[in-house]
Design a protein around this ligand. Structure first.
Ligand code: B12
Length: 217
């Protein structure tokens, strides 16, 4: 099978809940020297987006959405593990506290961002999902973080990104941290509106963004 065929098969195995097959294809793609980040950005993420649209239109239901998410997660962990193993880490750049904001349990994208920050040389403290706003600030203070990274996947939970920044301001700590945000419904416009320091569309962009912002600080 050529790479294009493998992409098609991978898409199909996510849609049809075939985790073992998807993981095998991911391994085949790695053996064929395909860039794992390309597989995530160009095959897996668009497939999940289409699945989300089908869910939105009620063409599929929660069990199917959960099944696809499981396959996506199993496949991305093979790919990100490879990124981790094959990338030589630059020397320590700084510390990042990351999590998915309060009210939101989507974590696939956040987990990819975490790996990309790690391979870019950051020490990352992952608070997981549905993280109360105050917990980001407490953890950042405990570990002496440079950056707080907030992921939100729903229009409703984007407000929690704003809340973290408002809390930082209220506590007089806004200048202590660089705050970066991301997640499918967010944008540069939203970043500016809530006064975050940076936004990136993809996980690959997140590593570069964090390094650039910290250098500028
Ligand atoms: C998978 C999925 C799920 C899985 C999540 C599994 C998991 N462990 O994460 C499950 C099945 C559990 C789920 C549940 C729900 N979901 Co859902 N889900 C999705 C889906 C299909 C894909 C998300 C995903 O993983 N994408 C792939 C990753 C790689 O992309 P990503 O997350 O965007 O991340 C990339 C970038 O955004 C960026 N990034 C992400 N975070 C950050 C952070 C920083 C700092 C930076 C710089 C960058 C960055 O980098 C990542 C990699 O490139 C989306 C559809 C969509 N279009 O997003 C719906 C979607 C987000 N879900 C939706 C809904 C409604 C729900 C539920 C409420 C359903 C329900 N009725 O129960 C629940 C949520 C409950 C809750 N309180 O959170 C809606 C949200 C609508 C809205 N209001 O905005 C969507 C948009 C589907 C839809 N079209 O209706 N979901």
């Amino acid at each position: 099978m050529n790479v294009e065929d493998l992409y098609e098969e991978l898409k199909r195995s996510v849609e049809e809940y075939e985790p073992n097959k998807a993981v095998q294809i991911a391994k085949d793609l790695l053996n064929a020297q395909v860039d794992p980040l390309k597989v995530i950005n160009e095959v897996l993420s668009p497939t999940m987006e289409q699945i989300g649209e089908k869910f939105d239109k009620m063409e599929i239901f929660l069990p199917e959405l959960m099944g696809a998410a499981e396959v996506m997660q199993a496949t991305t962990s093979i790919l990100t593990e490879h990124i981790k193993e094959s990338t030589e880490r630059p020397k320590a750049k700084g510390k990042v506290v990351i999590g998915t904001v309060h009210g939101d349990i989507h974590e696939i994208g956040k987990n990819i961002v975490k790996i990309m920050l790690e391979v870019s040389g950051f020490e990352v403290f992952d608070l997981g999902k549905d993280v109360p706003s105050m917990q980001f600030i407490e953890k950042a203070s405990d570990v002496g973080a440079d950056i707080i990274a907030l992921s939100a996947l729903m229009t409703t939970t984007m407000m929690s990104q704003k809340e973290v920044i408002e809390l930082l301001e209220a506590l007089g700590k806004r200048d202590d941290y660089v705050v970066i945000i991301g997640g499918a419904p967010t944008s540069e416009t939203w970043q500016k509106e809530i006064g975050a320091d940076g936004w990136a569309e993809t996980a690959g962009g997140a590593g570069k963004l964090a390094a650039k912002l910290l250098e500028a600080k």
